[in-house]
Write a protein that binds this ligand. Structure first.
Ligand code: ADP
Ligand code: SF4
Length: 692
């Protein structure tokens, strides 16, 4: 039963000519599938509609080949042949009573045209942002007329596909409508440049064009960035207030957020739930039209407060809808504890940035709805009454135990430590990572309500214990540890001076509370966020820190999760000194010897200790001990012993959760010898892709 305090979240609201059944609004988000994988894309959107979201939007949708964003795979409405792919999504979304929305865009100088090879266009001559290091040409009046026509035609195509809401995109520094507003991109001297009135002209015209074309049937929304965090070089709140004032009643809906994307989808390490409120709170006071905004909202109380305090009408969500497509349904059914809360790790973003289907740390079914037929809430019942012993209660073991329990198996989960959660419990204690504990908490919450899953703490199992236990299936999810010897991408063998050196530490030491003496040289050959988190922990403990990396910049992979700039800002704030493009050649007597990656020039750093963040080794001794006794398995009743997660190959938390989930899905299923998922086969025409 729904808590009456949350009733307001379920009151319908009109958006122009259409009505949303509740206040849950899945705002546009990229997914790496887009126009290239329409069946997978539609299935992903469908589960969210099924999960209760009243509005389901596409990602950016290109309207013309001169605004091609390749290699990023977004939606596309270049011509009529693109309609069926989006019609499929609309049908699936409508089947659950939700509205479908498409976010039309022409990205002008922030397109790439790598695929189309068209010349980039922009308000004025300027360098491109993506694609080749070339330039975009200034648009003349004919180009402006063409752009308006392309947008109008795409809106009509969107309507024919079945879309209920057509967006004019003016956000994230990614669309011509926004580029014309920006003084740094618009140097025109005609009626489209100069004064704010002139810079707003094109946006107003496109909104009017769209209303005229489809406004009788579709709502017209604007996605508008109210702040670019660039000072006077970008759109600032004061100017945004004027713009919203000028266009207040023109669109049927204001979808407002901040730009660029790294300021919008900020990782939880750098921004809490609801962080955008100070930048968008003026909008509802300026327009009578409904307003949607985002803030990684997962708490229904916060959502209600946003509406009651007059900040938002609709609770916008990308990440919370990815982590839990059934979030609205769970609130509606009074199942608040079942909400699988987003942890703000931004691995979902890395799908788009690596041009591959979206994935999520919390929700292992994300992106697998079509190709593996995985549903976020449903799973096939157990096919046998066999008992499963899961050894290790980290994300892999916890998810395996939970999903096996959901299937109905008798599960026993043994954990060597006094607490569950493995790496997430330990990493969540590091600065800024507290929300990562949600990976553990959600799974534990689910498991505690299952009477077919037993958990045992303080139970460090040996091979004999496992043999004595009497389970048919054994899952080894015993995790991994950081190497101390410096082996990794750069050093193909152990660094002699690191072996058995008490002044060399690993992230495991820091997480266990063993802090090195300063000054500390932190050696990062891992390139993701761990180095910066450890640097932050050490600075907060008062140590002087040199952040050394053989890479040409720190934390390079974190660009894929939008952490990168925030990490750089945080390191600067904390006074962490960076020593990039240097590998280590020795460490003795408080002196670290380095070599420049390109010049080979030697250098030394005086430091009391070193933290190595290079690579990890599986904790697989238990697995090998059991494997060595295979002759005893039959007597012990053991049929299979399987390593999963970090115990098999150390990876991200998402890999461990996925491995646990996959194990549970595949137990008692025939082994697949070949491609273990459905694929899209591309033919000449988009409509062919949709044929079964
Ligand atoms: P993953 O990310 O693959 O889930 P983690 O390192 O997070 O791996 O978790 C592994 C867990 O397994 C840790 O909590 C660790 O204490 C536990 N563990 C390791 N060896 C044993 C063992 N022999 N018996 C029980 N638990 C173990
Ligand atoms: Fe949230 Fe991380 Fe999942 Fe993205 S990948 S939705 S940030 S939990």
């Amino acid at each position: 039963m729904r808590d009456p305090r949350y009733d307001i979240l379920f009151s319908p609201m009109a958006i122009g000519p259409v009505t949303a059944k509740n206040r849950f609004f899945q705002v546009p988000h990229c997914n790496g599938m887009g126009h290239a994988m329409p069946l997978a894309h539609a299935a992903m959107r469908e589960v969210k509609a099924e999960g209760g979201w009243a509005v389901i939007a596409t990602e950016e949708c290109e309207i013309h080949p001169s605004g091609d964003v390749s290699p990023y795979v977004e939606a596309r409405l270049w011509d009529d042949r693109d309609i069926p792919a989006l019609a499929l999504m609309c049908d699936k979304v409508h089947a659950h009573g939700a509205l479908a929305a498409v976010e039309l865009t022409h990205n002008g100088p922030t397109a790439s045209n790598l695929y189309s090879r068209e010349v980039l266009i922009a308000p004025s001559h300027q360098p491109s942002k993506y694609g080749y290091p070339a330039q975009a040409r200034a648009m003349d009046k004919q180009d402006i007329a063409n752009y308006r026509r392309w947008h109008r035609e795409a809106a009509l195509r969107g309507m024919r596909a079945g879309m209920d809401i057509i967006y004019v995109y003016c956000g994230h520094d990614l669309s011509l409508a926004m580029h014309f507003l920006q003084r740094r991109r618009n140097h025109r001297t005609d009626e489209y440049g100069g004064s704010l009135d002139n810079r707003v002209r094109l946006l107003r015209e496109v909104l009017q064009d769209t209303k005229e074309a489809v406004g009788h049937r579709c709502a017209v929304a604007i996605r508008f960035a109210t702040e670019e965090m660039l000072g006077p070089a970008g759109i600032e709140r004061a100017e945004a207030q004027d713009i919203v004032g000028m266009l207040a009643e023109l669109p049927d809906l204001w979808d407002v957020n901040v730009a660029a994307w790294y300021n919008d989808s900020v990782p939880s390490r750098f921004a809490p739930e609801g962080a955008q409120e100070p930048f968008i709170d003026f909008v509802k006071k300026t327009t009578s039209k409904p307003v949607v905004g985002v803030g990684r909202f997962t708490s229904p109380d916060t959502m209600v407060s946003q509406i009651r305090r007059g900040v938002l009408d609709f609770i916008g969500a990308a990440r919370p809808s990815i982590a839990d497509p059934f979030l609205p349904k769970k609130i509606e059914e009074g199942r608040i504890d079942d909400i699988r809360e987003c942890i703000g790790c931004n691995l979902c973003v890395s799908g788009d940035n690596t041009i591959t289907p979206i994935r999520c740390t919390q929700n292992p079914t994300m992106g697998e709805e079509w190709r593996k037929d995985w549903h976020p809430e449903r799973i096939a019942p157990a096919k046998s009454s066999m008992k499963v012993l899961v050894v290790g209660g980290g994300p892999a073991g916890l998810e395996a135990a939970r999903a096996l329990g959901q299937r109905g198996y008798e599960v026993h989960l043994a954990e060597g430590r006094r607490e569950l959660g493995g790496r997430v419990t330990r990493e969540a204690r590091l600065p800024g990572l507290a929300e990562w504990a949600r990976v553990r908490d959600w799974r534990l919450g689910q498991i505690r309500r299952m009477n077919n899953v037993a958990t045992y703490l303080d139970s460090l199992l040996t091979a004999q214990d496992v043999l004595d236990f009497g389970a048919e299936h054994v899952v080894i999810a015993t995790g991994c540890h950081w190497r101390r010897d410096g082996y990794g991408r750069t050093h193909g063998e152990a660094l002699r001076d690191f072996v058995d050196n008490p002044a060399v530490f690993t992230p495991d030491d820091i997480m266990d509370g063993r802090l090195p003496d300063g000054p500390v040289a932190l050696y990062d050959d891992d390139y993701f966020h761990t180095g910066s988190v450890i640097a932050e922990a050490l600075r907060k403990a008062g140590r002087e820190v040199f952040y050394v990396t053989p890479d040409d910049t720190i934390a390079s992979w974190s660009a894929h999760t939008l952490d990168y700039r925030h990490i750089q800002w945080r390191m600067a704030e904390l006074g962490v000194e960076q020593v990039v493009s240097h590998s280590i050649t020795g460490f003795a007597d408080g002196r670290l010897s380095l070599e420049h990656a390109w010049s080979g020039k030697p250098r030394t750093l005086d430091c009391a200790s070193v933290v190595t963040i290079t690579s990890r080794l599986p904790d697989d001794a238990l697995y090998h001990a059991i494997a060595a006794r295979e002759a005893d398995w039959a007597d012990a009743g053991i049929r299979t012993v399987t390593r999963i997660g970090d115990a098999l190959a150390p990876g991200l938390i998402a890999h461990a959760v996925y491995a646990g989930h996959r194990y549970a899905r595949e137990l008692d299923e025939p082994a697949i010898d070949g491609v273990p998922f459905k694929r899209h086969f591309h033919t000449a025409d988009a409509s062919d892709i949709l044929k079964p």
